[in-house]
Design a protein around this ligand. Structure first.
Ligand SMILES: O=C(O)CCC(=O)C(=O)O
Length: 248
């Protein structure tokens, strides 16, 4: 697959270059960036990026609970802009600071919070260009086999973390097939069945661009921002989400 599937919409000029430059400089400077550690396979590891969360409700993310905190006027203005461009409502934002090519985001999907019927996530990109990778969670046959009468995969309505959690190790899961039209074939299918290919694609996220992930983007796909050996500068990414409170 060379173009993103329909549930991923890329708007390369969401902000003008001048707006994107100003937002990047201000956010790098004024955001109270947090460094965290997390446990994986019994080891404590530093999260390979810095983060900050703003929103109406607390967000349990990567084993931490981020308290509710009102959006700053700057973040609220960006939120309004992103709502208008994407056509989705948002009330919180997770900011990620990638200091250089060593900072990364492991494979995950953003389905680990109550969205109250608004699962769309809009990802605003500022600073260095980084590669965004996407991989189908299942092969096409599995999707069909698991579909209920409405065509929605069985169990799809239940928000679920990936089985492996928000892996912070930036390597593709086996059979990632990213950048390969139909994905790499999976070896050793059960009962001697032919291996199922998994779809994937990669997209360069550039300064001022907005990636809107809507529809089934979080249910059917996982994504990551891998480390890179290329010399790259600072990048700030803002993922706007809609979180529901205790009453939906
Ligand atoms: O930095 C990015 O482009 C990805 C961010 C992301 O996946 C997330 O915040 O969940």
């Amino acid at each position: 697959m060379s173009a993103p599937p329909p549930d991923f919409r890329w708007l390369p000029e969401a902000l003008t270059p001048a707006e994107a430059d100003a937002a990047l400089a201000a956010l790098v400077d004024e955001t109270p960036w947090e460094s965290h550690t997390f446990s994986i396979f019994g080891r404590t590891v530093a999260m390979p990026r810095r983060i900050a969360f703003y929103g109406r409700f607390p967000y349990a993310y990567s084993g931490l609970v981020h308290p509710a905190r009102p959006l700053t006027p700057r973040l609220d203005a960006l939120r309004e802009r992103v709502e208008a461009l994407s056509g989705h409502p948002f009330n919180c934002v997770l900011l990620n600071l990638y200091r250089d090519g060593h900072d990364a985001m492991g494979w995950h999907s953003d389905d680990d919070y109550p969205h109250g019927g608004h699962p769309a996530v809009a990802s605003l990109n500022l600073g260095a260009t980084r590669r965004f990778r996407v991989q189908a969670k299942r092969g096409p046959k599995s999707l069909t086999a698991r579909s209920g009468p409405s065509g929605a995969p069985v169990g799809a309505s239940r928000p679920r973390r990936e089985a492996e959690g928000r892996l912070e190790v930036s390597r593709a899961p086996r059979n990632a097939g990213i950048g390969v039209p139909n994905g790499a074939p999976r070896r050793g299918g059960s009962r001697g069945e032919a291996p199922e290919p998994r779809a994937g694609f990669g997209l360069d996220l550039t300064h001022g661009g907005l990636l809107v992930m809507e529809g089934r983007s979080q249910q059917d796909w996982r994504h990551s921002v891998p480390r890179t050996a290329r010399p790259v500068g600072v990048r700030v990414n803002l993922t706007f989400r809609h979180m529901a409170g205790p009453n939906g």
